[in-house]
Design a protein around this ligand. Sequence first.
Ligand code: SIN
Ligand code: FE2
Length: 207
Amino acid sequence: MSALPSVDGFRFYPGLLDAAHQRAMLAAVQAVWQAAPPYRPRMPKSGQPMSVMMSNAGRFGWYTDKDGGYRYIERHPQTGRPWPAIPAEILAVWDMVAQCPQVPQCCLINLYRDGARMGLHQDRDEEDFAAPVVSISLGDEAMFRLGGTTRKGGTRAMKLRSGDVVVLGGAARLAFHGIDRVLAGSSRLVPGGGRINLTLRRVTKAE
Ligand code: SIN
Ligand code: FE2
């Protein structure tokens, strides 16, 4: 047997969003950035800056800093204002693929520029893992790494392109994942270059 991870509940929708849809998503992200500018989060304890810039839409925004660690907060850390609502175009993607009756409560917006990457991690700062995480890729291509639910065992790499959508549900909800690297210049979608990733999540337990 190979060391490939168990990926039950992992679903991949390559090219789900066509070029026009990708431009509409980009415009929606830019509108969120107007109200909630991207900032650079810092790792817990070390305070080391992450290479990815982040912002959020929805009731909750994912955040990390030196003293508070990984958590969800209801206001932008710099402006103090509530996060903007999740744009309808983005909610529509959840409705297409999530197979979940509840609406997402957070849209984390990751911006990868200048060699930014994201180490292997689980998304586990939510109260409940019943709902999936839905991930939308826009702009430059990226090498995504997917593992199992423990750090032991194998991982596999796959390329995510602009318009691709990934769902981490079921057993894969707690799968380790990360971004090894972004292929700079592989897309012209994002002004100034780079990659945008949107992840939609539920944060609280469903009533
Ligand atoms: C994340 O895990 O938050 C981001 C994954 C990605 O950028 O595709
Ligand atoms: Fe993640």
